[in-house]
Design a binder for this molecule. Structure first.
Ligand SMILES: O=C(O)[C@H](O)[C@@H](O)[C@H](O)[C@H](O)CO
Ligand SMILES: [Zn+2]
Length: 299
C-alpha cells in the first residue's frame, strides 16, 4: 500500500498556473502563469525558478526537439529561446476572433503541437461560449483545424499505443476520446469516456500514466482524479489543499512524482486566507504509478 504525500514545493502565487511539463535534461519543471504572461522553469536540484515574461497571455509550453521550447502565446504558436528570452511566431490562429486566446496545449507522439482556443474570460469559466477551436501545428509549421464550437479547450493526451486522443472541453464536464491516426494526425469518432460528478467540478488539465490511466485536474474541485478510460470508472481521488487545481504532469526521477499547478484568480480574500498556498506548485509522491516522458515538438 503506497502512502500518498502532497507538498507545496514552490510558493509561487500564480494567478493561473498551467501546463506543467517535466524537462528531464535539466531536472526541471516548466509551467506557465497565463494572465501573468510568464513561462517559468523550476530547477528541482537548486530549487531556483527562472522566468520569461512575454507580451500576451501564455497558456502552454512544450519541449522542442531542436532546442528551446514552443509556447502558445495569445493566438500564436511561438518558438521560445530561453537563453535570450526571444520568441519567433510560427503560426497564428483565430485571426477573425480578437477576443480569443489559446488555452491548454501538448505535443503528440509524432511531434505535432496540439492546442485549442477559447474566448477570454471575464471571470473564471465566465466567457462567450462556442468561440474556441482545436488546432495542431505540424513540424513544417502548417496548422490544421480539427473542430470549432469549443467553450474552454483544455486537457489533452494520447493513449500509450497512440491510437486514442483524449480531450477535455471544460464546460462539457466530460473527458472525451477520439480514434487517433498517428501517421496523419487526424481524429475520428468522438465519444465521452467519463462525466464528472458534481463535487468534482470543472475538468481542466490532464495527463496519462504508464498504465494508460488518465489523471484529470479538477478546477474548483481541489483534486486530481485517476480514471480508467476503458471502463469509464474513477479509480482514485487525490485531494489537494487548494480548490483551483488546473493541471498535472508526471516528472522527477523515473517520472514517479506528480506535479500539479493551480490558480489564485477568482478566489476571494477569505478563500486566500484559508488556502494560502493557492497559486503554488504541488508535488504528489507515493502514487505507486509512474508517468511517461513528454514528447518534444518536431519542428
Ligand atoms: O486553466 C485553464 O485552462 C483556464 O485558462 C482557466 O481560466 C480555468 O482553468 C478555467 O476557467 C476553468 O475552466
Ligand atoms: Zn487548463
Amino acid at each position: 500500500m503506497s502512502s500518498v504525500k502532497i507538498e507545496c514545493i514552490l510558493p509561487k502565487n500564480c494567478r493561473c498556473g498551467e501546463s506543467p511539463v517535466w524537462e528531464e535534461t535539466s531536472d526541471s519543471l516548466l509551467f506557465v502563469d497565463i494572465p501573468a504572461k510568464t513561462v517559468c522553469r523550476w530547477d528541482s536540484l537548486t530549487k531556483q525558478v527562472q522566468q520569461v515574461t512575454l507580451d500576451a497571455p501564455v497558456s502552454s509550453v512544450a519541449l522542442r526537439q531542436s532546442g528551446g521550447y514552443v509556447a502558445t502565446v495569445g493566438t500564436k504558436f511561438c518558438a521560445l529561446n530561453w537563453e535570450d528570452q526571444s520568441t519567433v511566431v510560427l503560426a497564428t490562429v483565430d485571426k477573425d476572433k480578437k477576443n480569443n486566446r489559446f488555452n491548454d496545449g501538448k505535443v503528440d507522439p509524432a511531434g505535432r503541437y496540439f492546442a485549442g482556443t477559447m474566448a477570454e474570460e471575464t471571470a473564471p469559466a465566465v466567457l462567450e461560449r462556442h468561440q474556441g477551436s482545436l488546432y495542431s501545428l505540424f513540424a513544417d509549421h502548417h496548422v490544421e483545424k480539427y473542430f470549432d464550437q469549443v467553450d474552454i479547450s483544455n486537457g489533452l493526451d494520447w493513449s500509450l499505443d497512440h491510437k486514442i486522443f483524449y480531450y477535455i472541453d471544460s464546460l462539457s464536464y466530460s473527458v472525451d476520446a477520439f480514434d487517433y491516426d498517428l501517421q496523419t494526425g487526424q481524429i475520428f469518432n468522438r465519444r465521452s469516456v467519463y462525466k464528472l460528478e458534481e463535487e468534482e467540478q470543472i475538468p481542466d488539465g490532464m495527463c496519462i500514466d504508464a498504465e494508460g490511466k488518465l489523471w484529470v485536474a479538477c478546477y474548483n474541485g481541489g483534486r486530481v482524479i485517476r480514471l480508467d478510460p476503458e471502463t469509464g470508472k474513477r479509480l482514485q481521488t487525490v485531494k489537494l489543499p487548494v480548490d483551483k487545481t488546473t493541471s498535472c504532469c508526471f516528472g522527477g526521477k523515473d517520472y514517479s512524482e506528480m506535479y500539479v499547478t493551480c490558480a489564485r484568480d477568482g478566489m476571494d480574500p477569505e478563500g486566500l486566507l484559508r488556502q494560502p498556498e493557492a497559486g503554488g506548485i504541488f508535488k504528489i509522491t507515493g502514487l505507486g504509478v509512474k508517468g511517461i516522458c513528454p514528447y518534444p515538438y518536431a519542428g
